[in-house]
Design a protein around this ligand. Sequence first.
Ligand code: ATP
Length: 153
Amino acid sequence: MSEKTIKLEIATPERVVLTEAIAQITVPTRDGEITILPGHIPLVASLRAGVIHIKKENDEPEIISTSGGFIEVLMDKIVILADTAEMAAEIDLARAEEAHRRAEEMKTNLRHQDDVDFAEVNAAIERELARTHAVKRWRNIKSISGNREDKSE
Ligand code: ATP
């Protein structure tokens, strides 16, 4: 692995989502988005629900949605332990939109904002929004790269 890349591992309690050498990663932390390049100082941060942007070793993009977790940046690798994470290409958009609709409906039926269910329903909304944003971002990237290929032919 060259010094222009760093190994990335993304795992959930269910599975390993990605292990790959990457050139750059941008993650949504509780204090805002951060971009990490090889050689970054070690850090640990808490992730919120959102979209992870990755630039792979060959400059290819990768988009991943997460519902939150932790990122640990070490000298030789970056580890993300996520509650849930999906590569954009494997997200079922209709399922995410339907789950989002159900969560919004539950929210309107909750009477008190201090209801314990309120935090759960808000987390579900954030999780499904992250999934739909990831799919839309991914489609956008693919259509831009498709247009570039068409013009170069
Ligand atoms: P649903 O109500 O549709 O099951 P959920 O938000 O309750 O959604 P989670 O508990 O967050 O689902 O996730 C359960 C598993 O299903 C995880 O492995 C997650 O990665 C996967 N998953 C959830 N939603 C989607 C989706 N829209 N597309 C692909 N995988 C999904």
